[in-house]
Design a protein around this ligand. Structure first.
Ligand SMILES: Cc1ncc(COP(=O)(O)O)c(C=O)c1O
Length: 493
């Protein structure tokens, strides 16, 4: 057996020896039942300590390449022969690791059920495809490809297309372009932050209810999640203070403006109190702000990021809600060390975000079309919100809700004693759907709430959807169904 060792190399001697033997085993240069020299003999031949050879043998043993038997020395294990006949395909289910993506599959299956084409789906969290600015996008994409197609199609820095980073930094007052990271959707930002900040068992505080995607990410990171009640009356700032002081969460995740699912907007006073509490107890705040450009009435409020005096707010937003989710372009604004860390994580995940999309979004905004489009969306969506609220009041008067000042959703309470899952079963029969409230809860609450999307459909479809929903509510009442006796414990996400 030939083993060359280099005493001047930085690699430890036992690693060099293991490496040389491994190469010979894998190349078939040592017979399958061949004996390796006793460690004392090999050590002497190589001029090293016996312990060094023993260590090398241990490495090979832990790799399953050799075995040691009392009285018979150390020998190379034969390669596993495999089976002559393949009886069945590989059992993939048993090969998968037990990750929390299982939860994700349940949600996706659920979404398939409520988001079918044969229904009027009031369930999706998506914009209105009939209002997409297709012509503008087509001509801008043409221009962008003609101007810088070769560069864009070739490669893009992981942190994003520089002109878009500069443009976003200008829009988010007080942020430097180096503090911006372009994301493949804001969900990627939540995921990367969770990876960077949360170890299994860490506590994450959220508004309860909250965005399902964020709950899934935090669960996948192995976080314990504590929900701070945040209903129609807004979040209770005393409860925030209490949770921060007692439990010191690693992160507080919030959607302060036109919340998903409740539609609520945190008051200026609550924003300030939240930031004071975060500052006092050293809790980073993740502000998720996808709906900010979609205010239909009321006064514009500063984001938490804008109010943040101490660099405690990590901000994510997206073009999915104001333009199209298919773009997969979101962004993060955060202190430099966080951006640097997340850049590495993003590099491992997808190298960089779709660069044509980034350049098109930049150009769309540069030409003033983003503001124009947002103004049009506000007018359309305001009308749709009012159409939905009015239709629900007439067609489904047993629902209790208030109209949000912006965003996509109405969060409604169904009559006392009913369960949203029961109502959904009835609604699916009537060919309409919504999302039952417990999906948004970290602990399976909100069973008497439903989330209704009011932006995706034109006013006639909204009217018909509300009619079907009212009919499902009446059918449920006729049958006298009360609170479901289903397993209360585990929520679907
Ligand atoms: C609060 C919130 N954050 C993030 C997202 C997802 O955004 P993106 O498409 O950029 O991943 C959504 C969409 O449903 C949302 O409601």
């Amino acid at each position: 057996m030939k083993i060359a060792i280099d005493r001047g190399a930085p690699t430890p001697l036992h690693v060099q020896i293991a490496h040389a033997i491994r190469e010979q085993i894998l190349a078939g240069a040592l017979p399958g039942d061949g004996r390796l020299p006793p460690s004392r003999k090999l050590a002497k031949a190589l001029g090293v300590n016996r312990g060094t050879v023993t260590q090398a043998y241990q490495v090979l043993w832990s790799e399953g390449l050799i075995e040691g038997r009392v009285g018979r020395g150390t020998s190379v294990l034969p390669a596993s022969a495999g089976s002559e006949t393949r009886y069945a395909p590989l059992p993939w289910e048993t090969l998968l690791t037990g990750g929390s993506e299982q939860d994700d599959r349940e949600v996706r299956e659920f979404v398939r059920l409520i988001d079918r084409d044969d229904l009027i789906s009031l369930a999706a969290g998506l914009p209105a495809p009939d209002l997409y600015p297709m012509d503008a996008l087509r001509s801008i994409t043409d221009d962008v490809l003609a101007r810088e197609g070769r560069t864009l199609l070739h490669w893009c820095p992981v942190e994003g297309y520089a002109p878009l980073r500069r443009q976003l930094a200008e829009r988010l007052a007080g942020v430097h372009p180096n503090e911006i990271l372009i994301l493949s959707g804001s969900t990627q930002g939540i995921f990367l932050l969770a990876r960077a900040l949360i170890a299994p068992g860490d506590l994450v505080a959220v508004q309860s209810p909250t965005y399902i995607g964020a709950l899934q990410v935090f669960r996948a990171a192995g976080a314990r999640i504590v929900g701070i009640p945040s209903g129609a009356e807004g979040i209770d700032s005393a409860a925030i203070e209490n949770v921060f002081a007692r439990a010191r969460p690693k992160l507080f995740y919030a959607v302060p403006t036109f919340h998903n699912p409740t539609g609520e907007t945190m008051s200026l006073e609550t924003r300030k109190r939240l930031l004071r509490a975060a500052d006092r107890h050293g809790v980073p705040v993740l502000e998720d702000d996808p709906y900010a450009m979609l205010r239909y009435d009321g006064e514009e409020l500063p984001s938490l990021k804008e109010l943040d005096a101490h660099g405690q707010v990590l901000y994510v937003s997206t073009f999915s809600k104001i333009l199209f989710p298919g773009l997969r372009i979101g962004y993060l604004a955060a202190p430099r060390p966080i951006v640097e860390r997340l850049k590495s994580g993003k590099h491992l995940q997808d190298l960089f975000t779709n660069s044509i999309g980034q350049a098109a979004v930049f150009e769309f905004a540069r030409r003033g079309l983003l503001e124009e489009h947002a103004a049009r969306m506000r007018d359309e969506y305001r009308a749709r919100r009012d159409a939905m609220a009015e239709a629900l009041r007439r067609r489904a008067p047993s629902l209790a809700f208030s109209s949000p000042e912006g965003g996509y959703f109405i969060w409604a309470k169904i009559p006392e004693g009913s369960a949203a899952r029961e109502l959904l079963r009835e609604a699916l029969r009537k060919k309409v759907s919504f999302v039952p409230g417990d999906l948004f809860s970290p602990d399976g609450r909100e069973r008497d709430r439903i989330r209704i999307n009011f932006v995706s459909h034109d006013p006639e479809t909204i009217e018909e959807g509300a009619r079907r929903l009212g009919s499902a509510l009446r059918a449920l009442r006729r049958e006298g169904r009360t609170e479901s006796r289903e397993e209360p414990g585990r929520p679907i996400v």
